[in-house]
Design a protein around this ligand. Structure first.
Ligand code: UGA
Length: 443
């Protein structure tokens, strides 16, 4: 079929950009992806996704092979080719404060604008502190050649890792910020596929669009820290947090999702985004929001300590020279991402206290090993728990839920399992003689 117009460029090919580029090709557009990292561009050009994301390799290969999707390090190639330019570069937390590092998003926007050879629409997708897009508009105005007109709009992304393809092809909503009538019409063309399938479009101003994104993540983080705070009450009172969450979840105003108590949230987004919003709220004098988010962050980090303390208790007061089998180091299942992973954090902390930690993760071994090469790494659940004084389940991979407690019981030294994600069938494990320590439950 003939490709649809407009032609699209995607600047930045990480989790967000690579998925967005492949999804846009899937929707029928010709797409060029741009990244400064030559190795990433080489891999993607061969149809290889440099990280684990279910469904993405198939989509990428199909469209790279058909020629509808290609990658380059040359921004001028993208501006010569495309009319709509999505900015999908990262905004990591600064090393010196909770603020976001905006240098990548500023550079990418400046380069697109400076290289435009005809009128273009620049669409910001990166997660940014509120007020950034207005500053980027100034950069666009300063950098665009005199003979072209460029417009910058904001269109935040809400995809989840592990479900990135599905979330991009069928998002819950599309938010368009600061778009002129012409820009809105063009973006409705670009998103005709999800809109045709019923995805609602919310048209707002620039700061609202920027804030929707970080507020959504802040709310999800708050929900998790809420249930984790309540889990402490449950433990003290002898209640069961999982049953409590089920019962709460039936209230449609509350909902069951993001009420799983455990090790808390991690990853490249939630922790960084609540800290970024905390920082920005303080700058803006909105101290109530900043205070709330600080509590959310502290409760979340406290969960890691609770699990560490529980492991130390389980080993009789010290983990020195104890063998600990850790199941899961990814920040959540169905990803190989270990950025700010609570699981990896706990594993490393126990090793620091002298434990012999042996880790198994179905996907994240490579990414974890690059950061913590000195942890022990196993190739299977059985190898990780062999001879263990305690087993810790820290990421709820389906493989761990399906593990046979009887078979594993025969391999360990002590049948103690700390279920850091409240994901095991504790009755089945207890029936095989395991002492199961969960979060927010009487033990
Ligand atoms: C999150 C948001 O869910 C996406 O909507 C957003 O687009 C994305 O950040 C982003 O800003 O790019 P993601 O980081 O992929 O997506 O992960 P989530 O599925 O939200 O999980 C975050 C963390 O919360 C994980 O560590 C998970 O284990 C934890 N979690 C989740 C809980 O501890 N309890 C729950 O009930 C749910």
């Amino acid at each position: 079929p003939t490709p649809r117009s407009p032609r699209i460029s995607v600047i930045g090919t990480g989790y967000l950009g690579a998925t967005h580029a492949a999804a846009m090709a899937e929707m029928g557009f010709e797409v060029i992806g741009v990244d400064t990292d030559q190795r990433k561009v080489d891999a993607l050009s061969k149809g290889i996704v440099p990280f684990y994301e279910p469904g993405l390799p198939e989509l990428l290969l199909t469209h790279v092979t058909s020629g509808r999707l290609r990658f380059t390090t040359d921004i001028a190639e993208a501006t010569a080719f495309a009319d709509v330019h999505f900015v999908c570069v990262g905004t990591p937390q600064k090393s010196t404060s909770f603020a976001a590092n905006l240098s990548y998003v500023e550079d990418a926007t400046r380069q697109v604008a400076a290289n435009l050879v005809r009128d273009g629409l620049i669409v910001g997708k990166s997660t940014v502190p509120v007020g950034t897009a207005a500053r980027l508009r100034e950069i666009v105005a300063e950098s665009t050649p005199d003979f072209v007109t460029a417009e910058l709009v904001w269109n935040p992304e809400f995809l989840r890792e592990g479900k990135a393809v599905e979330d991009t092809l069928a998002p819950d909503r599309l938010v368009l910020g600061g778009a002129s009538a012409a820009a809105e019409a063009l973006l409705r063309e670009v998103y005709a596929y999800p809109i045709g399938n019923g995805t609602p479009v919310i048209v707002v101003d620039l700061p609202t669009a920027e804030l929707v994104k970080v507020s959504a993540n802040a709310f999800l983080a708050t929900k998790i820290s809420f249930i984790n705070a309540i889990s402490e009450v449950c433990e003290a009172a002898g209640a069961d947090v999982s049953q409590l969450a089920d019962a709460l979840g039936y209230d449609k105003r509350i909902g069951r999702q993001f009420l799983n108590a455990g090790l808390g949230f991690g990853g490249g987004c939630l922790p960084k985004d609540i800290r970024g919003l905390m920082h920005r709220s303080n700058e803006l004098g909105a101290f109530a929001a900043a205070g709330l988010l600080q509590q959310v962050d502290e409760i979340n980090m406290g969960q890691r300590q609770r699990v560490i303390d529980r492991a130390i208790d389980a080993c009789g007061g010290s983990v020195l020279n104890r063998r600990i089998g850790v199941l899961g180091v990814a920040f959540k299942p169905h990803t190989d991402d270990v950025r700010d992973s609570p699981a990896l954090n706990v594993a490393a902390a126990l090793q620091l206290r002298g434990a012999q930690v042996v880790v198994y993760d179905p996907r994240a071994r490579g990414t974890a090993e690059r950061i913590f090469p000195t942890l022990g790494y196993a190739d299977s659940v059985a190898d990780a728990v062999s001879g263990a004084d305690a087993v810790l389940v820290l990421t709820e991979w389906p493989e761990f839920l399906a593990a046979d407690p009887a078979a594993l019981g025969a391999l360990v030294r002590t049948r103690t399992v700390i279920d850091g994600r409240n994901c095991l069938d504790s009755a089945a494990w207890a029936a095989e003689g395991w002492n199961v320590l969960s979060i927010g439950k009487a033990t």
